[in-house]
Design a protein around this ligand. Structure first.
Ligand SMILES: Nc1ncnc2c1ncn2[C@@H]1O[C@H](COP(=O)(O)OP(=O)(O)OP(=O)(O)O)[C@@H](O)[C@H]1O
Length: 233
């Protein structure tokens, strides 16, 4: 089943050029067409500034394309009502970032529970889910720790638990191993692969590092605002 369909999607920013006093249009993404199927592990590679984060944000419902359409299942994302869009962001998507984005003043347990609290979930159910996830990701001993007491790999595992707690269909990962050493990079990639296989999630990961593509079903290279499918085998 097709999960995302992008039709001629463009993103540009308008900026005033102070020197020439003219408005410049800078295209980040131009006429992009892409389909992503349910349960695929997609890695989008491309050099810095090419528009990888912009693409993820557009897929995540937080950056409206300047032109073109993005369908999620059969719904055109940016034509939805704001309440539907909020539901999409909260329930269908889980984000993971390079810098983890944990709340420093909250414990591991509280960080993971934030999306459930925002979703108004019953605390006993949320607590049970949190315990299960921390166990699966090997951080159940760290539930009462604060982020500063964790290693980078542990922080990212907390962020993955937080991304999974609302049971989204899709994980959007922005350079999730960018701050990690080789050991933890392997570990996080293996966890993402297990999430795809065992929890049947769709994973869309963007990175500048071509070395982390080994678990991908598809590798897509971003070049000059366009996408190019890479041959895996
Ligand atoms: N709000 C904005 N206004 C103007 N230009 C923007 C804005 N947001 C992003 N850009 C531009 O879009 C381009 C792509 O940015 P993006 O963050 O998507 O790149 P990236 O491929 O994820 O880079 P990196 O690997 O360094 O994180 C950049 O050149 C950036 O300057």
């Amino acid at each position: 089943m097709e999960l995302y369909t992008l039709n001629e999607v463009s993103k540009y920013y308008e900026r005033w050029n102070i020197r020439t006093r003219e408005k410049n249009i800078n295209y980040v993404i131009k006429n992009l067409n892409l389909t992503i199927k349910d349960n695929e592990f997609i890695v989008v590679v491309g050099k810095s500034g090419i528009g990888k984060t912009t693409l993820l944000k557009m897929l995540g419902g937080i950056e409206k394309p300047s032109a073109g359409s993005i369908f999620y299942t059969n719904k055109e994302l940016y034509q939805c009502k704001e309440s539907e869009m909020e539901g999409y962001r909260r329930k269908e998507i889980g984000f993971i970032f390079q810098d983890y984005r944990l709340l420093d003043e909250m414990t591991v347990r509280e960080n993971i529970l934030v999306p459930q609290i925002l979703d108004g979930a019953r605390s006993t159910i949320a607590e049970r889910k949190m315990k299960k996830l921390t166990k699966v990701l090997g951080i159940s001993e760290k539930k009462d720790y604060y982020p500063y007491e964790l290693s980078g790999g542990e922080k990212q595992r907390v962020a993955i638990c937080r991304a999974l707690i609302n049971e989204p269909k899709v994980i959007l990962a922005d350079e999730p191993t960018g701050n990690l050493d080789t050991f933890n990079t392997e570990l996080i990639l293996e966890i993402l692969l297990r999430i795809k296989i065992e929890l049947k999630k769709t994973i869309i990961l963007v990175t500048h590092d071509k070395g982390i593509c080994k678990f991908a079903d598809r590798i897509i290279e971003m070049k000059n605002g366009k996408l190019q499918e890479q041959n895996i085998k």
